[in-house]
Design a protein. Structure first.
Length: 214
């Protein structure tokens, strides 16, 4: 999805140095029922022979209401919307005036969106991911989530939380897909548990848009 669903595989760590990452994830899933933030995303494609890696940067806003509702609005350099309303996952490409609609229950599961916005509790996450703490770095506490399913496009995800904040505040998402593409989302101006109505996650295809249902 212009490529939000990707990941990063990281090795294990010393338990004492890593415990806080898992605690932060559990706190985030258990106590943060909604959120709002701005984000910057840097997508880096694997280097080709004789060439340096190529990167593209985009930015926008993000909102979620647990469980199963979230919205990514890309604003620069192109406009694009990814909206989950609880039943359907909508992807709208403004330039193409094209909407893709997928059944949400089939589209999420082992995805980064399930980690940060969709899962109702830690047990639900553990059904789809193997979770492991990683060493603290850059003032963040990290967790590595590796999908249990081996046939998807996702290799692993690193989720970073600001150290010491209660409730846990989402700060970063690092994603590596099966093609070696790396996507890093950095969150700023994070609001924890704002009041968000269900209407905020409704999506109506624009008039004249080509709608593709999968």
């Amino acid at each position: 999805m212009k490529r939000f669903f990707a990941t990063l595989f990281i090795a294990g760590c010393v338990h004492a140095a890593c415990a806080n990452g898992l605690e932060s994830l559990e706190s985030f899933v258990g106590t943060v029922s909604s959120g709002r933030a701005e984000f910057t995303q840097v997508v880096t494609a694997p280097a080709r022979e004789g060439q340096a890696p190529r990167s593209k940067t985009s930015s926008g806003t993000f909102e979620f209401s647990r469980p199963n509702r979230f919205k990514f609005l890309y604003q620069k350099p192109f406009q694009q919307s990814i909206v989950a309303d609880g039943q359907t996952l909508w992807l709208y490409d403004t330039d193409l005036n094209q909407v893709t609609a997928r059944k949400q229950s089939a589209a999420l599961g082992s995805t980064p969106a399930a980690l940060i916005a969709a899962a109702p509790d830690l047990r639900a996450l553990q059904a789809d991911f193997t979770l492991a703490a990683a060493p603290a770095k850059d003032g963040l506490e990290w967790v590595v989530a590796t999908p249990r399913a081996k046939d998807g496009q996702l290799q692993a995800v690193r989720v970073g939380f600001r150290a010491g904040e209660k409730p846990a505040a989402l700060a970063a998402l690092e994603i590596l897909d099966s093609f070696g593409q790396r996507s890093v989302l950095s969150f700023s101006k994070v609001e924890v548990n704002p009041s968000l109505s269900k209407d905020a996650f409704q999506f109506n295809p624009p008039k004249g848009a080509d709608v593709i249902r999968q």
